[in-house]
Design a binder for this molecule. Sequence first.
Ligand SMILES: [Fe+2]
Length: 349
Amino acid sequence: MKSILPLLLLTALSTPSHATPKADFSDPTAIDTIAFGSCFNPKHKKFQIFDGILKHQPDAFLFLGDNIYGDTEDMEVLRAKYAELDAIPGFAKLRETSRVLATWDDHDYGINDGGNTYKKREESAAIFLDFFKDPADSPRRQREGIYGSYTFGPEGRVCQIIMLDTRYFRDVLPRTKEKRKPDAVGWYDATDDTSMTQLGEQQWNWLETQLQVPANLRIIASSVQVLASEKGMENWGHVPHERKRLFDLLKKHKAHQSFFISGDVHFGELSKMDVDGYPIYDMTSSGMSHPSPGWARATNSFRVGKAHPVLNAGLIGINWEAREVSLSFINPKGEKLATHKLPFAELEF
Ligand SMILES: [Fe+2]
């Protein structure tokens, strides 16, 4: 009888489950300048942050949510509000000269502090993907939610950008019944209900695959803050079992050189948490059109340096030779308000 071993070997070699995971979109062009921001409401008539961003000629601009203030179940109103954003010359210029990647937060999703109970989530997702010009064959159009991943650069200089969807699947947290802490500005506390999800199972599975995509630097974008958890506003700290799952996934897949960026809170701050000896960073930039000094005064024990309660955007500079990332907050003139350097070596598991 002939051995079936060669056949088995061939089958094993061609099994797709051993294939290297890929991002949803990839571009071999190396990038070294990424800007990001959140919370832009044209009604404040403050458009100058786009000028500050454009001065740095970013390779990519990441819009982290509350990109418009839709707050509606009327999809015509939502479309009209996206059209207002489109008509702003600074944003139009950014679209022309950079790659604009986006996720959403509650207001552009359609409802303040909203989650999986928002009735128009499917319609809103379709309008979002059209506005941000996702191609017809985009993986984001083949599944629920608007999460997505991107890689830029050749081997050795691959920057992966993971844009999470923290709205479509998330369970809506109950507002705290107890009196708020003196310096809290929001209405939420950590839940001990471990059935509450932030990302939903489909997105968790996708994320686990994405953390195995070969990359030399990994930027994980969440609309809401990942580390700062004391101000009572929506954040990952209110679903501690989900946050632990996030950190455990990073550790499990040894996702070196990963850090988070976030928005939502109307000021800028950098947070750092020690997780089993590994430094996790979360750079928050929010307030492209309207900052909130009051919210910036709320406690954040994880803050590194100062809070920036002014119009601001985030700027990420990647020095591939020195293997170092610079995280800066910039103002509408493009000036750097503060810079924090992160050597790649510090981000090794
Ligand atoms: Fe928000």
